[in-house]
Design a protein around this ligand. Structure first.
Ligand SMILES: Cc1cc2nc3c(=O)[nH]c(=O)nc-3n(C[C@H](O)[C@H](O)[C@H](O)COP(=O)(O)OP(=O)(O)OC[C@H]3O[C@@H](n4cnc5c(N)ncnc54)[C@H](O)[C@@H]3O)c2cc1C
Length: 483
């Protein structure tokens, strides 16, 4: 019997697993996808918002502000790249100026450090901003990180401290018993005392497995983006937001932790949680809105487009509560933006909900997993040479755009969490994230994965189940052209 089963390995489930790993509890994480963190957390703006924007008094406001503060410590502890680059929210007309002053008051009520700044100051810090700008709101604590770097670090650490993580395990049914649950997946059946529903877009679906009254209705809103290549360092230095509207934060300009820039997202209501296509209309919308704020956007540097889907609910706030008619079933639903920024605080709240119900002892042998990820492209030449002597595979470049070596890819495949797909490798070590988007390195990574996992190349997946890249061998016996 497990004590706690967490459904979902996004940023929410991963932080909860990390927090519970400290206690003498038998914890299980179930994930339907082949890789962890392949849901909402995979595709967003990757901003650790400062917290001035959510309406004062909401859970979103409280947990965003707290979460932002907590990231400083947890990223240091788990060795995850994180930068507080600060943000400017901009007003270009009288109406926006009025809204911005209201936001400033929100910031004060939420306890966030913000400053109203004049046009001259903004243009000094961000010379590409249009000189029609009238007023800005500067928030120095806005941060950026790669959400999947955070997830891998949290789950490596959770695994190291005894948490079990089972991917390709889709929860199909939950049977409520007197004092426990029986969770059935497509692979097996697990008994557990607590269920934590951190299933993102599928939270309502999971809750309906135990009650007809989930207490909320799920909606989906798609956001589409452009990604700019690295190398445009002078374009923007901070996160740039327009003045938000009732529809949300609007189209942003966001430097990423890896040196790219994101432009987007849109906000379009959709019916299907899996509709992650990008559209001509959506991308034009992004360009128009970016062009209203800033000059000199290097559109020639676009290397990719993508979209993500927001798990909104009709309650318009995070829902973190034990289900009324089902004790020990904890909902963590409606985790839309600022869910990434709030995740450490959401996990703390869930941890406290369990601590309020029973006394838990911490593990005597709890230790932080000593992450040893080698990043060759960040090392000085002497250090690279030393590493190549230890492992010659650090000398073979597989991804030319990002300078990623075979040694780093092999390390990722054999990391505690293990990586099985091309996209998993891309997220963990970045080959395929550069200008050629995997045109050169994808076949090489496929070969390395097949060799290291000791499976056929035709078994290697791009991401989800069924996304095999090769279907059958076309050249038998080395392909002499006569077969
Ligand atoms: C366009 C966009 C921009 C955003 N920008 C920001 C931002 O800049 N800053 C910010 O703070 N927040 C942002 N967010 C919000 C943030 O991305 C989310 O709040 C956060 O990623 C939600 O994480 P999660 O773990 O709750 O959900 P998910 O990451 O979706 O994780 C849920 C997991 O549950 C799994 N699952 C579902 N059903 C089952 C099942 N039956 N069995 C087993 N597993 C299951 C899924 O596969 C998934 O891996 C943005 C969101 C979007 C869409």
């Amino acid at each position: 019997m497990y004590d706690v089963t967490i459904i979902g390995s996004g940023i929410t489930g991963s932080f909860i697993a990390h927090n519970l790993a400290k206690y003498q509890l038998k914890v299980l994480v179930l994930e339907k996808d082949v890789e962890v963190g392949d849901g909402v957390t995979k595709a967003n703006s990757a901003i650790i918002h400062s917290g001035y924007d959510p309406k004062p008094g909401t859970l979103k406001a409280k947990l965003n502000v707290l979460g932002n503060k907590m990231y400083e410590q947890v990223t240091k502890e788990l060795n995850v790249d994180y930068k507080r680059i600060g943000s400017y929210t901009l007003a270009f007309n009288e109406l926006e100026e009025k809204e911005l002053r209201k936001l400033y008051q929100h910031g004060i009520e939420n306890g966030v450090e913000t400053y109203l700044v004049e046009k001259e100051e903004i243009l000094k810090k961000e010379p590409n901003i249009k000189d029609t700008v009238r007023l800005g709101l500067y928030a120095p604590t806005t941060g950026i990180l790669a959400p999947w770097d955070m997830i891998y670090a949290l789950l490596d650490n959770a695994l190291y401290n005894g948490v079990e993580i089972k991917t390709s395990n889709e929860v199909l049914n939950i049977d409520k018993k007197e004092d426990h649950f029986v969770v059935k997946t497509n692979q097996s059946t697990y008994k557990t005392r607590y269920v934590i529903n951190a299933a993102g877009l599928y939270a309502e679906h999971i809750t309906r497995m135990v009650t007809d009254n989930p207490g909320f209705k799920m909606n989906f809103t798609r956001g589409e983006y452009y990604v700019l290549d690295r190398g445009y360092d002078d374009y923007v230095h901070h996160v740039i937001y327009p003045t938000p509207t009732a529809k949300g934060k609007g189209v942003l300009i966001v430097p990423t932790i890896h040196g790219n820039v994101l432009l987007g997202p849109t906000s379009e209501r959709i019916e299907d949680a899996d509709s992650t296509e990008v559209t001509k209309v959506g991308l034009e919308f992004v360009k128009n809105h970016v062009n209203q704020m800033i000059n000199n956007t290097p559109y020639k540097g676009i290397i990719r487009t993508f979209s993500g889907i927001r798990p909104k609910t009709d309650r318009l706030d995070f829902i973190i509560e034990e289900l009324n008619d089902t004790p020990q079933f904890i909902q963590v639903a409606g985790i839309e933006s600022p869910g990434l920024a709030s995740a450490p605080a959401i996990a703390k709240m869930v941890e406290e909900m369990i601590l309020n119900k029973e006394s838990l002892e911490t593990k005597h042998d709890y230790k932080i997993y000593p992450q040893k990820q080698v990043k060759i492209n960040e090392k000085p030449i002497d250090e690279i040479n030393r590493l190549i002597k230890q492992n010659p595979k650090y000398g073979t470049i597989i991804c030319r755009c990002e300078s990623i070596t075979e040694g780093e890819i092999i390390d990722a495949i054999h990391s505690p969490l293990g990586i099985r797909t091309i996209d998993g490798i891309k997220r963990r070590v970045r080959p395929g994230s550069g200008r050629c988007q995997g045109g050169f390195c994808q076949p090489l990574i496929l070969e390395i994965l097949a060799r290291e996992l000791k499976v056929s190349k035709t078994d290697i997946l791009l991401d989800k189940e069924g996304s095999n890249i090769l279907t059958e061998e076309t050249k038998i016996n080395g392909g002499d052209g006569n077969e």
